[in-house]
Write a protein that binds this ligand. Structure first.
Ligand code: NCD
Ligand code: ZN
Ligand code: ZN
Ligand code: ZN
Length: 425
């Protein structure tokens, strides 16, 4: 179909500063016309977007697609399917694969596989250290030339502060940045659940929030002194928010992301002893959740990243020490962010900013825009439709989420990538 008319939707685009009921005519993948009351014509496919919001599509700079090496958990095809079902058209895959993405050929492999699948833009992050062992820096410029959009050892912190400092300086000097999984392993030890009343009551090995907070502080200080950027992965604590607030006020080039699960779930998820609640960093307490929500509203936390971390059913059934941490997230980010709009933490414009505009800008992409002349890259969603999270509606190969059986509000109806419909509800 050469012509698609999206009719009657409420268009929200933070970049073009649009919040209005507008029709969008797409011709051969490009936005030809935006206006009130565009009339359908012969040979034109009409999408009824009444009661829907039409926004630029989303970018997630933190996903685990497990390819190469653990494709029984997820692969680039199933991961891409989950992404577009969640309204995303750009994702950044973490390098904690087997082997780790520490070599230019592996970076190219992920990009090529993503292009082969063709549902969305699949970009890799390169490892900071060889084998993610924390000892020796990778050849970051080669990885960057091959297409790595930033550097991280995610899944593990960079424990050695000297190496982290060198990594920050080097990544910054080539126009890139490092992102850290902030966890002081000497404090987290064999902790499983957030150290608090719940872990104590259930007798679960406690993981103190200081494990995250001290590492955020170290990274902020290193960034301040080197003048180089650092990105804080999956920020989850109220003290972490305060540290980032301080670092930003000092002028450090610090950015931070928060996951949907840290915005929505508490350590009470452990009450049925189900290891689906196990994630790194651990689910926190109410006051942490309040803190990260308000930080996302104020801009102290820059945007949302899902940390979509698929694991097989048998793995999540293991006892709490052996069970790998992580939960899937690509299809839940939008409804969770919309919940915060309904609860008045921020408005719909900020919601689209934290899902779409800000994360795209962070990795140096021109964010998708709803503007005449642009290639159609947009998400159409019904902000009030309620749906139940069941295994059947999850596109990911793994179904590991504590949200199973629960209702969420807000459903993606269509996702357009590169001018084409790549998802339809
Ligand atoms: C991630 C994974 O499974 O790769 N797990 C998690 O709990 N978040 C690793 C990570 O993001 O640290
Ligand atoms: Zn035409
Ligand atoms: Zn991590
Ligand atoms: Zn991760």
């Amino acid at each position: 179909m050469d012509h698609i008319l999206i009719k009657g939707g409420y268009v929200v685009d933070p970049i073009t500063n649009t919040s209005d009921y507008l029709d969008i005519l797409i011709e051969k993948g490009k936005i030809k016309k935006i206006g009130k009351d565009i009339k359908p014509f012969a040979g034109c496919q009409v999408i009824d977007a009444k009661d829907c919001i039409v926004s630029p599509s989303f970018t997630d700079i933190h996903v685990h697609f497990r390819d190469p090496g653990q494709t029984y958990k997820e692969d680039i095809r199933t991961g891409s399917m989950a992404a577009v079902a969640g309204g995303y058209t750009t994702v950044v895959c973490m390098p904690n694969t087997l082997p780790a993405l520490d070599d230019a050929s592996l970076i190219r492999y992920v990009i090529e596989k993503g292009e082969e699948v063709g549902l969305c833009r699949v970009l890799p992050a390169g490892a900071i250290t060889k084998g993610r062992r924390g000892k020796e820096l990778t050849e970051m410029s080669l990885l960057k030339d091959a297409g790595a959009v930033y550097f991280t050892d995610d899944g593990a912190p960079v424990m050695d502060s000297h190496i982290m400092r060198k990594a920050m300086e080097f990544a910054g000097s080539i126009g890139s940045f490092v992102a850290d999984h902030c966890e002081d392993l000497s404090l987290s030890k064999d902790g499983v659940a957030h150290e608090g009343e719940i872990a104590a009551a259930l007798g679960l090995p406690p993981l103190p929030p200081e494990a995250e907070d001290t590492m955020i502080a170290r990274d902020c200080v290193l960034s301040l002194h080197t003048g180089m950027p650092v990105h804080i992965c999956h920020l989850s604590t109220k003290v972490g928010v305060e540290i980032v607030t301080w670092a930003k006020a000092m002028g450090a080039k610090v950015t931070a992301e928060v996951t949907p699960h840290h915005l929505y779930l508490t350590d009470e998820e452990w009450l049925d002893f189900d290891c689906k609640a196990k994630v790194s960093p651990p689910l926190r307490e109410h006051e942490d959740i309040e803190a990260v929500r308000w930080a996302l509203a104020s801009g102290i936390i820059d945007f949302v990243a899902t940390d979509h971390a698929p694991h097989a059913h048998q793995e999540k059934m293991m006892e709490h020490h052996a069970c790998p941490p992580g939960m899937i997230g690509l299809q839940f980010a939008l409804p969770i962010v919309l919940e915060l709009v309904r609860k008045d933490y921020f408005d719909i414009n900020r919601a689209i900013e934290v899902l779409s505009t800000k994360p795209a800008e962070k990795i140096g992409l021109k964010p998708p825009q709803i503007k005449e002349g642009e290639v159609a890259e947009l998400t159409i969603f019904d902000p009030t439709e309620s749906w139940e999270v069941t295994e059947d509606v999850i596109y990911s190969k793994s179904k590991n989420t504590p949200l199973l059986g629960r209702k969420l509000i807000g459903k993606v109806k269509y996702t357009f990538y590169n001018g084409k419909i790549v998802y339809k509800d």
